[in-house]
Design a protein around this ligand. Structure first.
Ligand code: FE2
Ligand code: FE2
Length: 302
């Protein structure tokens, strides 16, 4: 049945229990009350309950067995699995090589290039969230508009962390980030702005979820690995630390899931689709390699 059955995974991206999705169809009324089914734009179905998710790509005939089903009243546990499934499905549309999880940075130069990208995404967040809040407020959605303003406030100043890290590395940061604008980050920011201006700006929560959830893949060991490639005694990992599994922003993911779980199913569908699209957003890297980038960098070094 179908052309691929992937292992069930929970929101923490582990594989606790092996089941096939066959018994998750509408023919099983108990499952139907406990699971959510949502088709992603590439035809992958995310099937989730409150402790794990499955990804399933049925063939044409079997796809008729599946129909969209979201619980009338969701819960943070269900929403966590649905969004983790959408993120994983989006991530699987491109090869692992160069995926957003991959942050194996081998050089000081590649780390500096990455900081330029992080600057772009962190810089955009407060303003875009405030714009989206205004539009939601105008449409009468005061509660979510207030939440967006809360996110904007919490994220304000995080772009400064990237600038400080760059300065610490001897780079004239303001000039550098004005000129060096990594394509992948620019594409993400465009997507984010598009959601904010769309008919349903609530989709920005999907984008925000992906960036913050991906940040949780950055572990203390990864921070240590970066520390090892920058000169001793220099503090240049402020931004990475805040946006890591050990950072102050780590709680933002569960806060966001709590808010999303209280939304109606149409809004949760918009958000889950935005999660998929953000995770699938992939632009070929424009990092030119360490040697070529060292030349670029030399124009901005103190
Ligand atoms: Fe942040
Ligand atoms: Fe955050």
């Amino acid at each position: 049945m179908g052309d691929s059955i992937l292992n069930p995974m929970d929101g923490a991206i582990t594989a606790p229990i092996q089941r096939t999705p066959d018994d998750l169809s509408e023919a099983d009324p108990r499952s139907y009350q406990e699971t959510e089914n949502l088709e992603m734009p590439d035809g992958t179905w995310v099937i989730s309950d409150d402790s794990k998710f499955w990804l399933y790509r049925p063939d044409f005939l079997c796809s008729l067995l599946y129909s969209r089903h979201l619980l009338e009243r969701s819960s943070p546990a269900h929403t966590r699995q649905l969004l983790a499934g959408a993120l994983t499905a989006g991530g699987r549309t491109h090869t692992r090589e160069g995926s957003a999880v991959e942050i194996r940075l081998r050089s000081r130069e590649s780390y500096i290039h990455r900081l330029a990208g992080t600057y772009q995404t962190t810089h955009a967040t407060p303003e875009v969230m405030r714009d989206a809040a205004e539009r939601l407020r105008a449409a009468g959605n005061v509660r979510i508009a207030d939440h967006f303003l809360h996110v904007a406030d919490e994220e304000t100043g995080h772009d400064r962390l990237a600038l400080k890290d760059l300065e610490a590395l001897g780079v004239r940061a303001a000039e550098f980030v004005r000129d060096v604008r990594p394509a992948g980050s620019i594409a993400l920011v465009q997507l984010f702005k598009g959601y904010a201006r769309s008919d349903n700006p609530i989709a920005v929560l999907g984008y925000v979820y992906v960036l913050e959830r991906m940040a949780l893949f950055q572990t203390q060991a990864m921070i240590d690995a970066i520390e090892a490639i920058i000169p001793r005694g220099i503090m240049a990992t402020r931004c990475l630390r805040v946006h890591s599994a050990v950072g102050t922003d780590a709680r933002h993911v569960s806060e966001s899931i709590e808010v999303i779980s209280q939304l109606d199913d149409e809004d949760r569908i918009s958000i889950a689709r935005a999660v998929f699209e953000t995770a699938a957003c992939r632009t070929p890297t424009d990092y030119p390699g360490d040697a070529a980038f060292r030349d670029v960098l030399s124009r901005y070094e103190n």
